[in-house]
Design a protein around this ligand. Structure first.
Ligand code: 2DT
Ligand code: MG
Length: 181
């Protein structure tokens, strides 16, 4: 999102109570109702919005992991959740200028380290999540780019750097948008 200098925000730190609850849920140390956990993930994003906006207004570019799209993709992959309900809690968050989808087949993902330990890390569920992402990527008002994550790190890094630098130039003087509004 906008700006010149970069900053990486990974919304999985344990500095907030909500962050701690989410970590415990993912580690299977505690159970939470599906709607409730969806709202907690969203709340965890909202509690970062003030500081995100401060940084953006200082001209800092944000690279954000765990943003709204994973939230919608994972919850809507569960039984009885529609895409539309899943999107609502995140509507109005700062809108990304570029969304990178690092695509890797569930088989390849499973072959990487530690797969299976965390909640959601199983083949059939990952397939459903992938389908939800495909639905989300149809939205033309968002700038999605799919990257082949099976490439080696150096090549992938070069590609990401190129598209990121392009978009940073492009949006330099554009106002910040609101997601799904
Ligand atoms: P990461 O692999 O991105 O750390 O996520 N998840 C993530 C949700 O269910 N809802 C969300 O809003 C987000 C951001 C995806 C860890 C797991 O948590 C899921 C996998
Ligand atoms: Mg993960």
């Amino acid at each position: 999102m906008a700006g010149g200098r970069g900053a990486l925000i990974v919304l999985e730190e344990r500095t907030t109570e909500i962050g701690q609850l989410i970590s415990a849920y993912l580690a299977r140390e505690r159970e939470l109702e599906d709607h409730a956990v969806h709202l907690l993930f969203s709340a965890n994003r909202w509690e970062h919005v003030t500081s995100m906006k401060e940084k953006l207004h200082q001209g800092i570019t944000l690279v954000v992991d765990r943003y709204a799209f994973s939230g919608v993709a994972f919850t809507s992959a569960k039984e009885n959740f529609c895409l539309d309900w899943c999107k609502q809690p995140d509507a109005g968050l700062p809108k990304p200028d570029l969304i990178l989808f690092l695509q890797l087949s569930p088989e390849e993902a499973a072959a990487r380290g530690n797969f299976g330990r965390e909640r959601y890390e199983n083949g059939p569920f990952q397939e459903k999540v992938q389908q939800s992402f495909c639905q989300l990527m149809k939205e033309k008002t968002l700038n999605w780019k799919t990257m082949d994550a099976s490439k080696n790190i150096e090549d992938l890094h070069r590609e990401i750097k190129t598209v990121a630098e392009e978009i940073m130039q492009e949006v330099k003087n554009k106002p910040l948008g609101e997601l799904w509004k």
